[in-house]
Design a protein around this ligand. Structure first.
Ligand SMILES: Cc1cc2nc3c(=O)[nH]c(=O)nc-3n(C[C@H](O)[C@H](O)[C@H](O)COP(=O)(O)O)c2cc1C
Length: 125
């Protein structure tokens, strides 16, 4: 049996998994995609990774898609909430929302958005 709808936090998801076989997340995964990483680590192990690190792991995929003519906005729309509640999270979202639909938008824009989340500065990538 699966639960679908209304699960907003890691605690709620884990509590449900004591009762059912699976939990589906819709809005929560968009609102705060990092929740999926935290759940993944909790359920399957591994190290908790930084948000920027996870996003940079997407770079080969992003560049392959850009090479096939997919617009950056179609990918970045799924990660707008990655820095939700974190320093620079609003600027991160804004940089991507405003820039990703422009002609020629590429990975450099994502790096600019990440840079906005580093206080005071980002470590070298
Ligand atoms: C961005 C987004 C995309 C979704 N895409 C699908 C979909 O492709 N097929 C589907 O059956 N439900 C889809 N849903 C609905 C969810 O599976 C779920 O039923 C709904 O979001 C309620 O759960 P929530 O309270 O976790 O958001 C989507 C929901 C969201 C927020």
């Amino acid at each position: 049996m699966l639960v679908n709808g209304g699960i907003a936090t890691q605690q709620q998801a884990l509590a449900q998994l004591d009762q059912v076989d699976g939990v589906m997340l819709g809005r929560a995964a968009y609102h705060d995609p990092y929740l999926l990483h935290l759940l993944d680590v909790t359920l399957y192990g591994g190290k908790v990774r930084e948000r920027a690190d996870l996003l940079r792991a997407l770079r080969p995929y992003v560049e392959a898609q850009l090479g096939q003519g997919v617009a950056l906005k179609h990918i970045t729309r799924h990660v707008l909430g990655l820095f939700h509640g974190r320093p620079g999270g609003r600027t991160f979202r804004q940089v991507l929302s405003e820039g990703a639909h422009r002609d020629g938008a590429d990975w450099a824009l994502v790096e600019r958005a990440i840079e906005a989340t580093c206080v005071p500065r980002c470590a070298a990538a």
